[in-house]
Design a binder for this molecule. Structure first.
Ligand SMILES: NC(=O)c1ccc[n+]([C@@H]2O[C@H](COP(=O)([O-])OP(=O)(O)OC[C@H]3O[C@@H](n4cnc5c(N)ncnc54)[C@H](O)[C@@H]3O)[C@@H](O)[C@H]2O)c1
Ligand SMILES: [Zn+2]
Ligand SMILES: [Zn+2]
Length: 372
């Protein structure tokens, strides 16, 4: 089918997204066509444009946070049918590799290919200007339709509003899971969340759900600080320096049990700053993406070892999407997890560059592109 999509032709040059005609093939083996309701604007897509995540191929159809309705089914698809409401997971899970079987589906072998520039079978589903287009996370939700591998498609109840459900494709589980799973949060913890965007605000939600006693949100943007309070942060500050005396006072000088880093772009100095706020035996979780070639980090290694601290990476919040996407829907239904309030502003696809510039200026908790 012919439709419109947002492409990057020169990744890494801050050239912005080009809206143009694309052609999407019908679903092949174990694929479905999904008519999207909405796509979230996640900072990771900007990393293709600014070069934090360098790509060696182009063009890319961006977008990896979407939800919609299945309109067409390819061969050998079981358990899904036309009309099903689905969330598209930015990390696929096959269900039978060693990591999937071990209950670590965010480490599924299929995940290794999401930035490879083709569908899992090595061919293209999307074409523009007569050539193959790579899709972010095998998806490409910056277009009204997505031909998606079933391993990334998760059926949800028809009562969940699809425009809100889009955020369950990436930002919600990534942030929520960074608290609930990656940080291994415990009742009564003192928690610091660094960076209150579409990911960090969900780390705040996860901390609330796990019964954290104190939640200190750090973000330089006053609007983000207000939102963090609304979502349950007990303290809001602009910087690590401002957070330090508060953490010290709240913990009798011990430091925070968990520090979760969800800033837009990770840098080495931010890791040492996060470590410094973490208590003996505590956990620092790194969820943010850093420039791929960055190697510079300075840590007080003596104290790190002798204080038994843990540094924990977090991909997709260490969630198991097939279990956690329905769980997040249940928590939303019962009023325990907010989705509607995450969306600050909606945009048409044509306004995508405005949406990214608003994200970079800190104007949105999450911006969302809505489709007809
Ligand atoms: N690990 C994963 O699986 C995964 C998944 C999705 C996104 N990410 C990454 O998570 C990060 C956050 O994504 P997002 O969509 O929430 O971004 P965002 O732009 O919506 O939010 C980032 C926030 O960080 C704040 N910030 C920037 N520098 C800061 C600093 N020094 N101290 C405190 N706050 C600061 C900004 O003001 C902004 O509010 C990105 O790096 C993204 O690529 C990782
Ligand atoms: Zn994302
Ligand atoms: Zn797998």
């Amino acid at each position: 089918m012919k439709t419109q999509g947002a492409l990057l032709w020169e990744p890494g040059t801050n050239s912005g997204w080009s809206i143009e005609e694309i052609e999407i093939d019908p679903p092949k083996r174990r694929e479905v066509m999904v008519k999207l309701a909405a796509s979230g604007i996640c900072h990771s897509d900007n990393h293709f444009d600014d070069g934090v995540i360098p790509l060696e191929w182009a063009p890319i159809l961006g977008g990896h946070e979407g939800a919609g309705v299945i309109t067409e089914i390819g061969p050998e698809v079981e358990d899904l049918e036309v009309g099903d409401h689905v969330v598209l997971a930015f990390l696929p899970s096959c269900g039978h590799c060693d990591m999937c079987v071990a209950g670590k589906s965010n480490m599924c072998v299929l995940g290794a290919g999401i930035l490879g520039g083709t569908a899992p079978d090595g061919t293209h589903r999307v074409h523009a200007r007569g050539q193959g287009v790579g899709c972010a996370s095998f998806l490409g939700t910056f277009a009204p339709y997505v031909c998606a591998p079933v391993d990334a498609v998760i059926k949800i109840g028809k009562d969940i509003p699809l425009d809100k459900a889009a955020l369950i494709g990436c930002g919600v589980p990534t942030g929520w899971g960074s608290s609930v799973y990656a940080a291994d949060m415990q009742l009564g913890d003192t928690v610091v969340v660094v960076g209150i965007g579409g990911v960090g605000i969900n780390a705040v939600q996860g901390a609330v759900l796990k019964g954290a006693r104190d939640i200190i949100a750090i973000d330089p943007v006053p609007f983000k600080q207000r939102k963090a309070k609304e979502f349950g942060a007990t303290h809001v500050v602009s910087s690590h320096q401002e957070a330090a005396p508060i953490v010290e006072q709240l913990t009798n000088g011990q430091g925070a049990d968990r520090v979760i880093v969800t800033v837009g772009v990770m840098t080495g100095d931010l890791l040492e700053a996060a470590q410094a706020l973490t208590r003996r035996g505590g956990v620092t979780v790194l969820t943010s993406a850093a420039p791929i070639l960055q190697r510079d980090v300075q840590i007080d290694l003596f104290t790190f070892a002798m204080s038994g601290k843990r540094l924990q990476g977090s991909l997709y919040g260490t969630t198991n999407a097939r279990n956690d996407v329905p769980l997040i829907c249940d928590l939303y239904r019962s009023g325990k997890l907010k989705l509607d309030e995450l969306i600050t502003r909606t945009y048409q696809l044509e306004e995508i560059n405005q949406a990214f510039s608003d994200m970079k200026e800190g104007k949105n908790l999450r911006g969302v592109i809505v489709y007809d």
